[in-house]
Design a protein around this ligand. Sequence first.
Ligand code: M6R
Length: 571
Amino acid sequence: MCGIVGFAFRQPFSAKEILTALKRLEYRGYDSFGYADNSGACIKRVGEIAVDAAPGSFSRTAIVHTRWATHGGITETNAHPHADCTGGIAIVHNGIISNYRELRGDMEAAGHVFRSQTDSETIAHFFEGKDVKKAMPEFFSRFQGEFAVLLIRKGDEKIYAFKRGSPLVLGIAQDGNMVASDIYAFSNKTNRAIFFNEDEFAEITWEGWKFYSIGEGAAPVEKEITPFSWKEGEELGEYPHYMIKEIKEIPQAAGRLLLSLQAEQKPAVEKIVQMMKNAGRVIFVASGSSYHAALIGVQFLARAGMEARAIVASEFRSFMILDESTLAIAVSQSGETMDVIEAMRGIKAKGVKIASLVNVPYSTVQRMSNAHLNIAAGQEICVAATKTFVNQVIAMAYMASMVGYKADFASLDGCIAKAFSQEERIKEIAAELKDRKDIYILGRGISYPVAREIALKLKEISYVHAEGMMAGELKHGTLALIEDGTPVICLMPKNDKDIVSSAEEVKARGARVIAFNGNGIEEGVKIGGADAVAFCIASTIAGQLLTYYIAREKGLPIDKPRNLAKSVTVK
Ligand code: M6R
């Protein structure tokens, strides 16, 4: 994953300033961070970015990196920047060099001495003693995998920036230029950007930039400046964690999305719905929570009589059946998930049209799509998807309603409020469940993806092993695991008799049943929601709150859970 930033400014800037910009990319990884400037100064630290880590450093050209470890453990040595043997070159890298073993073997045989276990260090050694610009075509032909790289040389006021696969964007400021993994790094300093295309490199100084395309024989290319606007994420305010702040923002975010779908996003939603009708069949491609939202979307569309499937992005190739009667819809909060982008590349190669639902504007997924909707949830900082998942579900329901699905959007506010009214009860349940090792969540039909979503939240944020499953499948095996006191959350939409039987079955075997709605069983949490959309959203919120309060009881790092990152930019 990782985030990278480079600054080239007319006036010297402090390490603190560029590390502050890097801090804005910490959602891409927080295992370690590092700084290098063109005086040869370099610092590396394990852990979250400490903006005061290099108090005395000022320069006019510097690069920084925040890491999500892929190759090599979480150590200072493996933290970026990496240098060549002479220390004259420093690089930061986001991506994975897939043939690094072979490259490293060749380089070591030629006498290069490696310090780290990373794939990235090969990049610094490759350029050692070379004219960087002239060596670029050879680099692109020898290095495989994904990379966005920033390279500086000691004593030189220039940043070389180059990319294949991983995102990279230039930000144009008044007295200098910035380059980063995404616009968020510099969206408080400029609203003008140039996005790198595949296999491009640039020479960047404070005075200007030159872009070159490897595909065109490393010839110079003209680039378009894209003006952008970005609403800054609000501060944490009175909340102890972003997760609870973002859950509490759900009513506002949901209202904002519904309004925008009826107003400024009306043409976009109509375009996508027309694409769906023209194609006749929809395939959603997504990962994690976005995949669960897509599973719900499949059911909304099925109820409207439209054939739809949802496929996990990383497995897309194994299931790919694409023809002109298919519309692919990519669903991604960040718009930078590499599994989704890879799947989209395959889809595009088959000439199939792609629409997307994204939250982060100007993201790669959005830019790769033929049409897109913005789910308008606002910036989400906690690693867990909360308000964005809810808005994805609303966007799905809205599109389905335009092809005949009957959703009662008017009941949404009331249901959301009802779920929040259960917060104290949920806290009590969280205190009771905090030491449990396993929790099961049962759903049926439209509540099955919600069960999976709640299980994912419990795993990533509360560190509890959780299984979200189809209630009907219980008796085919998993029932053997139910014993005295095993917690089982049953998602019980009103009028669903079958889920009541499943709840009775586990109860008869000693399970501690926590019913979201009672339907005759002792009620754990009152969700309400006669409408399917409302029930999905209300039970999701109850599950999110439960997860949050279990994690709080356990004193866990809620917003930045171990081993994870918000934006998963590697395969
Ligand atoms: O940005 P995306 O929606 O593409 O991200 C997909 C998953 O990585 C993401 O939903 C992940 O599962 C969340 N951390 C879940 O809370």
